[in-house]
Design a binder for this molecule. Sequence first.
Ligand code: PEP
Ligand code: MG
Length: 570
Amino acid sequence: MYKGTEASAGIGIGKAVLVRSAEPVIRRELAADADAEVERLRKALADTAVRTEKLASELASRTGEKEAGILQGHLMLLSDPTLIGEIESFIRKEAVCSEYAVEAVCSAYAGLFSAMDDERMRQRAADVKDIKNRLQQVLQGIEPEDAASLPPGSVILAKDLTPSMTAGILPTHIAGIVTEQGSRTSHSAILARALEIPAVVAAAGILDAVSDGDDIIVDGNAGEVLLRPSEAQKAEYRQKREQFLREKKELERYIGRPTVTLDGVQVELAANIASPEDVEKVLRYDGEAIGLFRTEFLFMDRTSVPTEEEQFRAYRKTAAAMGGRPVIIRTLDIGGDKEVPCMGLKKEENPFLGYRAVRLCLDRKEDIYRPQLRAILRASAFGAVRIMIPMVTSLEEFRETRQLIREIQKELTEEGTAFDPHIPVGIMVETPAAVLLADSFAREADFFSIGTNDLTQYTLCVDRGSEKVSDLYSPFHPAVLRSIRHIITCGRNAGIPVGMCGEAASDPMMIPLLLAFGLNEFSMSPSAILQARKIITGYRTEDLQEMAAQVMKLETAGETEDFLRAFAGC
Ligand code: PEP
Ligand code: MG
């Protein structure tokens, strides 16, 4: 099994087709007649534009104007007077062939774009390279790859797909797309989603292992690829596919609907994200808020800690994209299973009980906590931003953070920098200490969010990542359920909202119980939102009270789980 990034949802089962992009070989040939060479270039530009226009209109009829806009952008580049002028003067000055001039000028442009900070500008580099290749193919009389001619059931595998190759794809013929490079925001990923073809990107190493014609399964929901699956695996994934398609169709009805129970109780359906890029998915699935922004992901896969400015840009982008809907930004929660090499932390015997999250932040106020809190506060001027502190075990940790926030607010006022002076500051309730002190915390914190992933591990003393004890890890354990009920009751008594951002919030067996307890906000992976809305809007909270009372009398995880499974009909 190969792990990558899920780029487009769904399950694709088919035969592998390796696409090796035919990059034309470009040599520095001299051109004797510069005028004739420029003429040759102009003709190639016109031919390429015609081909691109055709592709764009085909794509517009299959997806929509927005997606075809990517190719419209290519058309604009193909008639850009500055770009064309530079290629023409390169031909005249250097007396070289068009192919070489195109290579030199377009590569320089692509280099400039890829060095930029802005993700969208970096994407322009891929567009310029795509145009460069097609232009050179036309100049050399090479027929471009025609994805439309691939047989039905093809799974395309490539290092990376260019937008024009993806645009030529017939969704009825292509069962899936797998690339070794790319990200969720690359244009080919955007197009794969628009065409609704299951896709996994960044599946490292797959090209070395696969051969043309191999059986292959693409799981765009989990970001996984199965090469040469067994008959049993194929049958299993066929079933998964059927179920996915059925559910997807049905769930679309819940887009745009309020999340209200049958007896009129409104709750907030929010999303967990790890980067600003995830907001697109949140909006697609109609998330009403961000209930958890796991900022530690901004610190991973890099050699230095992100600066205040970098963090500010990421938080501002998220807040602005959510257009006034709440965005809960969690301060750095590293340690435990979340390793961040750029912090250079020493390995610990018991990382889950060690130097992590708020403990580390309070110990490294100047280089870690202050810049992050400043970045979040500055971003609060651009949306409904909230601050959430993870792994809290004592009131001192909360008070010290509040004090630091006050100091920064004073600093920002003196600098004349905008921020929200009433920014809510809440805590994750995910340690037994915080549960037992929930009444005290509720008097000081502006909101609670229950982190059942850690709360389960700390309450039951079960490492959440250890396979050996995974059968003991259950949020349905009565000790965890009683903790959850206690937290919600304390929050309600103090008049503060209580949410949940652990995985249990989207569990169909847990949702009715949480509704009965009076949870205000459910936060989950964006793709789980519509299903949760369907479940929530089907219950009447009054009818759930009796069920909750019965569950709370049970004394083992097995009993509560069986009871809730039967109740939810799962
Ligand atoms: C949790 O512990 O439930 C939680 C949401 O946080 P994380 O999974 O990031 O530890
Ligand atoms: Mg946690």
